[in-house]
Design a protein. Structure first.
Lengths: 179, 147
């Protein structure tokens, strides 16, 4: 009996692991930053290099931190939805313009609309590494106390917003849209 | 005449081959290294164990992705400031998680990962020994000459 059951049981366990592994998305790497304070940074602002924008803008209210670039196709896909959120959600969006060209980034915002309260200009990708960024677009939800609540990798869609963001925003600022 | 032609052909072929290979050298060529050979070899060993998260089956030493170049630069800067290997690994894991390492650390969540090969080999060996023993026993019982 044993000699038949044992191999079958072992096979079933292994097959279970493999089935799980095959159904995971390898492009999604969970962020170790969730539940930790948002990384500190200080960068020149995209619109005015003389001005600086830093992590002190986060952690005052529930906010989004969106990593974008003009070379990123997914960023273009999500841009219209970001414009919509900026108007309707009551959650300010801060941008991190990642390894981009300032002139292209400014003309992108001029033509497609600017959902950002402000964007930081990370020309060499130094701050992006502190945030564990590896593929734009990435969107972080930062709570009122400055902790990273959630990270979404890939273009933001109404479904993801509904499922992942709205409940967390409600929990953090008490209502949706945020007052 | 024909030998001269053959030689010229060979020379052209050699040049073409060399030229096509030289781009491999350029891939990660222009980045500055460390003057100190010990530091340089430590750096080279380290970047061969860090996964590029953009092209996940490559190390950041192999990858030409911009993120890989940024990570190499960060690691060089950290090491130039005197960071130890453990400190650099900590820096990367704090930001990208254990997945960034090609050799994941041994901890409760990875016991199955590290233990499974040893366990499966042990089971295989056990089965092998038992099968061989029972066959030996059988062949002795049958009084067949062993070969």
């Amino acid at each position: 009996m044993w000699r038949y059951l044992l191999p079958i049981a072992l096979f079933a366990i292994l097959a279970g692991f493999f089935a799980r592994g095959l159904n995971l998305n390898p492009g999604y790497v969970p962020s170790p930053l969730i539940g930790k304070p948002a990384p500190r940074f200080e960068l020149p602002a995209l619109k005015d290099p003389a001005e600086s924008i830093g992590s002190d803008v986060l952690g005052k209210e529930t906010a989004l931190f969106n990593v974008w670039a003009t070379w990123c196709v997914g960023c273009r896909q999500e841009h219209a939805f970001l414009n919509e959120i900026a108007k309707s959600s009551g959650v300010p969006i801060y941008g991190l313009n990642w390894k981009d060209n300032r002139a292209s980034a400014l003309s992108w915002l001029a033509t497609l609309g600017d959902p950002y309260v402000a964007s930081a200009f990370d020309e060499i990708g130094e701050v992006a590494i502190d945030w564990g960024v590896y593929g734009a677009p990435e969107t972080f939800l930062v709570g009122r106390n400055g902790t990273v609540l959630f990270k979404h990798i890939a273009p933001l869609t109404p479904e993801v917003w509904q499922r992942e963001f709205i409940p967390r925003i409600q929990a953090d600022c008490g209502a949706y849209p945020c007052p | 005449m024909s030998i001269g032609r053959l030689l010229r052909g060979l020379r052209q072929l050699t040049l073409a081959t060399l030229a096509s290979w030289s781009c491999v050298g350029w891939a990660i060529g222009p980045e500055p290294g460390f003057e100190n050979p010990a530091l340089e070899s430590e750096y080279q060993a380290l970047i061969r164990e860090v996964r590029c998260l953009v092209c996940q089956n490559q190390t950041i030493a192999d990858s030409t992705a911009p993120l890989a170049a940024d990570l190499r630069r960060e690691i060089r800067d950290l090491m130039a400031d005197g960071a130890s290997r453990a400190e650099v690994v900590r820096f990367l894991v704090d930001r990208y998680g254990d997945f960034v390492l090609y050799r994941p650390p041994l901890k409760p969540s990875t016991w199955a990962l590290w233990g499974a090969p040893i366990f499966l080999c042990a089971v295989g060996l056990l089965v092998f020994v038992r099968v061989v023993r029972s066959r030996l026993q059988q062949s002795m019982d049958d009084e067949l000459p062993s070969q």
